[in-house]
Design a protein around this ligand. Sequence first.
Ligand SMILES: [Ca+2]
Length: 515
Amino acid sequence: MTRSFVTLLTAGCGAVFLAVAAPGGQLIAASGSCERLSALKLPDTTIATAETVAAGAFKPSTAGEPSEGRGFRSMPAFCRVAAAIAPTSDSDIKVEVWLPAAGWNGKFQAVGNGGWAGTISYAAMGRALEAGYATASTDTGHTGANGAFALDHPEKLVDYAHRAVHEMTVKAKAIVDAFYGSAPKQSYWNGCSTGGRQALMEAQRYPADYDGIIAGAAANPKTHLDAWRVWMSQAMFKDHASFIPASKYPAIHRAVLKACDALDGLTDGLIDDPTRCRFDPGVLACTDGDGPGCLTAAQVAAAQVVMKPAKDRRTGAEIFPGLEVGTELMWGRLLAGPGPYAIALEQFRFVTFRNPNWDWRTFDLERDTALADKISQGTLGAIDPNLTAFTRRGGKLLMYHGWTDPSIAPRASVNFYTRALETTKAPADGAVWLRLFMVPGMGHCGGGDGPNTFDMMSALGPWVETGKVPERIVASHSTAGKVDRTRPLCAYPQVARYTGTGSIDDAGNFVCRTP
Ligand SMILES: [Ca+2]
């Protein structure tokens, strides 16, 4: 629907600026209205800057993400608002809101963080901005990508866990409204890893914030995820003999493919459904002394721990799923040594034990997971699978996870999906509200041998706006910048099956089927 209106914005100095609707309903903000936002009054909020950035002129003011620097030159002109929000006396939540100067699509897309956050996600904001969205990101209330901020700062931990994203969302919508004279028609969340956990938090705690939510590879529940990581590290690094050097990963991967690749009907280097394969690293046991193609007895034992879930030894309850078959070439992500993955180590040092010198070698899976839960699962864990309030508003949740994610076991997403479907009351009209897309051969939020490039927003938008339920999303894989394979991703539990004719590198020759 095309809307047309003129909004008067009155600046502090008395000058009047215009925001006008162009043909087609796209809003063009008149020059000067950006700078005027610095006078905007919002609760608990200090607007530091509001300035127009010319096309291609943006340079991050902080180091930000390591991949940044490229890509910003193609960004259109936008209004850049930087603010700090302090819902508590110990809060200092930095946020940025970027508003396209022309061609706004009328929607808001907020983007998530990775790890312990601590930076604004400029690269992801840039992608949303280029697609025409007003966008926002927060550092979640602290600076620096490690967990030290949480030590004896419980309010900062709450900000990191969920409050910063909610505060950002409410304020960003108000800023959008002030700039364009119109609130966003739809609001979307797009995040992976910690951004996936933030996604589930929003659906659970603040169901009115977003109409559509993308939860990629959710780092959830965080206390169990980090307990599993430390537990694996104990098995791998307890002594020199148990450590598996990266030079042995290819041999393990070859043995896995030999056992599992063809089970899905195609010997293509990808394992469509790792849950159907049973692999015992014991088949690689050295028979004639150690060598690069075999595992010693101690290494077999370590590999068996890595490839199985962490379970409570008394009750048998699963604490966190294990790495799937197919991940072997990427085991170095968590298991390069000499100690546990830093994010997990910091969870126990700064949050659970409040002791920066805590020795991970003393970790006891059952005892210390229970302690971590007692202290912070209620804050950090997005563990409530009842999303009825979200579905009653018509909210849509799109989850995805790479089957060869080497840092967050992918069955964590399957588990949450299953529990949420069981627990949540579907909307009155019976509309589908939850979809999960498992991605064969994809690593953590990207990468890996499988088709790992896709646009979840292009599936979520039509779902929210026209009711078109995503069933099949085409993903591509590229080598040296050239696409060399496309495949459909299928709505779980369906998987892609080859039709039997044509190239196996063409998504058109695959259908989605229940296995
Ligand atoms: Ca295969």
